[in-house]
Design a binder for this molecule. Structure first.
Ligand code: ADP
Ligand code: MG
Length: 868
């Protein structure tokens, strides 16, 4: 069944040829006990390894069951070793970190046999070699004889046709040796056993045939076999599935890693540091993103989409200015001076970016049936008319005090803004936060979510207002002065003392520090219509606002405005929407608008659109310019009159003849006549986040429809500031995240290299095991699989450890953030992120271990077995 034809084996050691076998011709019977005798170094082990397919012959042929092995591939040899050969070595070659039974099962696991079947067969064969009670011990817990029995059991488990034993008793005492030989003798009853020994007595006692080797040649054979006489069986043994499952590889590596727990844990910990870094960054950025998304969802959705009559893209403007002042590329001739046209660029940018919204037709649409879809998605739609309600202090004993727009602090020496208010350098640059009075433009429902009424009640009538304090129950002193609620004298005096070099402590009176709620609720103001300050005098209307007596009477008869309550931002409101100190309702706006429209002066102007009510003159028509006086247009009597006038009279006459310098529209603006159908801004309050998205879609549809109808001028332009702001915040967070992750990723690379090195060390340490595995039929692939399994485990432990440590670290991090900002639960590792990181960790370590595992796979099994 086994036939060696002129087998020659050369080794090359440092380019020196060593002839281990010099042409061996041998034939073996299917069933015999062969002993190979010979001095050390004569080539016995080499011969055995070649027969067992562990080593390759240099020339000649090995015929197995009538088939030449010249064309054998790696996989054929693997199958041959796994199925037909059992190896027993002098030094047992057991895998020390595996139990006895696991060692025996190994060959079966390589052939992919089920666990129960494996266990059954391993128990059987271990019982057969007399080790039924030692199965769960580790090799280092049993004696040498027992270890050799384990090795024999392992060799027998696949029921091989050939058992090869290389000096199986070489390391045993005489008595144990005899026991082992008994066992081998029994085994040889139904198979071919080839045993190398240098004990001729043992050979003579147990074997049926003795072959003597000397210097790589057969010199004696006691029972030579001539196969020609026998019919050679050409049937080749059926191939069994010969591949280690990855699970087996995992368990093999797992038990190995268990033997060096500390090192594995340290390696995994080092590998986990990069993972921890990335996981922490992900926790924080993910937490921030979802916190922002949460704010946008819960609160920002209730902020209105503001559409103003005039919109304009600030960023485009800034960009244009930058470009304008950076035109450095143009050619400059020497000897000339060039102009840097910044203002021109600004003007151009302004012209191209400023857009007018036709809010009149938009309001018409919103009020129509077609606008119902949008109306249904909102909690409120409010129209702004750019109206500044004129409000005065009720108390006129110290003169007339206008509190909106406030002139209380004028003359105080404090810097003033254009509209008479004091700039205190807070809030937005457009001065909007300088406003003390403002319209409450949220719906009642949203207002209640954002604010608590801490005193009084929400306005019930048009002339009731709310006073707003911040979360700490504070009101800016500036607002209190502007409202005339505290006496500005001490402050003004202080300013005067400071500027004249006097001691500011000499200032008279104290500035109050706090108020009772009741000091402020119920306080009243007076409000007047913009038209009230004009009084008819003959055919003209005169501006009386600096006539104190007139104003006193007017204020006495004007309606009152009352502070009905005090509002404070609710505890959980991240951003309150109201920025002024006193808020009036939309009803007041409507009251004022309709009051103005009903006033005498407005009625007169509307009925006489050609005559300027302030001067009684004609408005300039298109033909006559307002500044020209033409002598020819006078009648003859007028010309005659003119001739008799004094110089002074003549000037007055000419002036009276000149048309008004104002226009009809100017006058309506001055009187603040407002068309309720033509708002200056529209605020759409979506009822929720999804509704907001839908409204944005509907607005896009509205625009498309206007475009397709050819009404480009009715297209609505707006900026969803909240969305833009949130997007840019998220964008910044993303960029920071990417940069940080990139940095931390370096530590991942470093730890991967380290894991690669440690795997390589493991390969070196497990060389013997590689040899054993190969000898029982493991393929190169199986070997690399064992090491890949090891890296998978290390990567998995590293990843999991990293995630666990991150979760632990997140607890104190959240506590710190909460203490610093009051926002809890920011650092939260997203589940997908956690799993991805574990996968990444595994992938990286596997990649790092690929080279070492290839090194392991390529190891020559014979060399591997020789290493100690
Ligand atoms: P034995 O088992 O009879 O003591 P071996 O078969 O181990 O002898 O060795 C036979 C000869 O081949 C020896 O000279 C040994 O040095 C040489 N040899 C065996 N294996 C190798 C090897 N892997 N590389 C180089 N030389 C080897
Ligand atoms: Mg030897």
């Amino acid at each position: 069944m086994l036939s060696l034809k002129n087998i020659v084996k050369h080794y090359y050691v440092a380019n020196q040829k060593v002839e281990a076998l010099k042409g061996v011709d041998l034939d073996f019977r299917k069933n015999e006990f062969v002993s190979i005798l010979g001095p050390s170094g004569c080539g016995k082990t080499t011969l055995l390894n070649i027969i067992g397919g562990l080593d390759r012959y240099t020339s000649g042929d090995l015929i197995i069951n009538g088939v030449s092995t010249k064309e054998y591939k790696d996989i054929d040899w693997d199958i041959y070793r796994n199925n037909s050969i059992g190896f027993v070595f002098q030094n047992y070659n057991l895998i020390s970190h595996q139990t006895v039974i696991a060692n025996v099962e190994l060959a079966l696991t390589l052939s992919g046999i089920s666990k129960t079947e494996r266990k059954k067969r391993a128990e059987e064969v271990l019982t057969k070699v007399g080790l039924a009670d030692q199965m769960h011990k580790k090799p280092n817990q049993i004696s040498g004889g027992q270890m050799q029995r384990v090795a024999i059991a392992r060799a027998l488990i696949n029921n091989p046709e050939i058992l090869l034993a290389d000096e199986p008793t070489g390391a045993l005492d005489t008595e144990t040796s005899l026991q082992i030989m008994e066992l081998l003798g029994q085994i040889a009853k139904d198979r071919l056993v080839i045993m190398v020994t240098h004990n001729p007595d043992i050979a003579a006692k147990y074997s049926t045939r003795i072959i003597k080797l000397l210097d790589g040649r057969v010199i004696d054979d006691t029972d030579k076999y001539e196969p020609e006489k026998e019919k050679s069986a050409v049937t080749r043994k059926k191939r069994r599935k010969n591949s280690m499952s990855f699970l087996t590889a995992l368990s093999l590596s797992f038990t190995n890693l268990l033997t060096k727990k500390t090192r594995t844990l340290l390696t995994a910990f080092a590998g986990s540091i990069g993972i921890i870094g990335i996981a922490l960054i992900l926790s924080l950025s993910g937490g921030m993103q979802s916190y922002i998304a949460g704010i946008e969802r819960n609160t920002m959705s209730t902020y209105p989409l503001d559409i103003a009559k005039e919109t304009f893209d600030m960023s485009a403007m800034v960009g244009a200015v930058m470009n304008g002042s950076n035109k450095k590329s143009e050619k400059r001739e020497s000897g000339k001076i060039y102009m840097n046209t910044v203002l021109d660029s600004v003007a151009d940018a302004y012209a191209s970016q400023v857009k007018y919204n036709d809010l009149a037709s938009f309001k018409l649409y919103l009020d129509s049936d077609a606008g119902k879809e949008i109306r249904d998605l909102t909690s409120a739609i409010q129209y702004g008319y750019g109206l500044n309600v004129q409000i005065y202090s009720t108390d006129t004993s110290n003169g007339i005090m206008r509190v909106n727009p406030s002139n209380v602090l004028s003359g105080s020496g404090l810097p003033q803004t254009g509209n008479g208010a004091v700039s205190v350098g807070i809030g937005m640059s457009d001065g909007s936060s300088d406003r003390v009075w403002g319209e409450i433009r949220t719906s009642r429902e949203i207002f209640d979510k954002q604010y608590d009424i801490i005193a009084g009640e929400y306005p019930k009538a048009y002339n009731e207002v709310l006073l707003f304090v911040n979360k700490d129950n504070e009101i800016l002193d500036y607002s209190m002065y502007s409202l005339g609620l505290i006496d500005p004298k001490p402050l003004i005096e202080k300013m005067k003392n400071a500027s004249s070099g006097k001691d500011i402590a000499d200032a008279a009176g104290a500035i109050p520090e706090s108020f009772e709620y009741s000091d402020l609720t119920g306080r009243t103001f007076k409000f007047i219509l913009n038209t009230d300050i004009y009084a008819k005098n003959g055919s003209k209307w005169e501006d009386k606002h600096s006539d104190e007596d007139y104003m006193r009477v007017l204020l006495k008869n004007s309606p009152e405005i009352k502070i009905a309550g005090i509002a404070r931002p609710a505890e959980d409101t991240p951003l309150a929407s109201f920025s002024a100190t006193v808020g009036y309702t939309h009803e007041l706006v409507e009251y004022v608008i309709s009051g103005i429209n009903k006033s005498e002066i407005v009625k007169e102007q509307l009925t006489n659109p050609a005559i300027d009510v302030f001067t009684g003159k004609q408005f300039a028509s298109n033909e006559t310019s307002a500044t020209e006086f033409s002598f020819e247009s006078l009648s003859d009597t007028q010309k005659a009159q003119l001739a008799g006038m004094s110089e002074q009279e003549r000037t007055a006459f000419i002036e009276a003849q000149m048309p008004s310098s104002a226009t009809y529209d100017d006058n309506l603006d001055k009187l603040r006549v407002i068309d309720l159908n033509s708002p200056s801004s529209v605020s759409i309050f979506p009822s929720g986040f999804e509704q907001k998205e839908k409204i944005i879609k509907l607005l896009a549809e509205y625009n498309e429809k206007r475009l397709s109808e050819g009404n480009e001028n009715q297209v609505i332009n707006y900026t969803d500031f909240v969305d833009t702001m949130m997007k840019s915040v998220s964008g910044v967070i993303n960029i920071i995240t990417y940069v940080l992750v990139a940095f931390v990723a370096i530590s991942l690379v470093v730890s991967s290299i380290m894991i690669g090195i440690i795997t390589y060390i493991s390969v070196l340490e497990r060389t013997k095991e590689i040899g054993i595995l190969r000898s029982i039929g493991a393929s190169k692939k199986d070997i690399s699989r064992v090491f890949n399994a090891e890296t998978v485990i290390v990567g998995l432990v590293a990843g999991t450890l990293g995630i666990l440590i991150t979760l632990l670290l997140n607890i104190p991090i959240n506590a710190i953030i909460k203490a610093l900002t009051g926002i809890g639960g920011i650092a939260a590792l997203p589940v997908i992120g956690a799993f991805s990181l574990i996968v990444i960790s595994v992938l990286l370590t596997v990649v790092a271990g690929l080279i070492p595992s290839r090194v392991a796979a390529k190891k020559d099994p014979v060399v591997a077995l020789r290493t100690e």
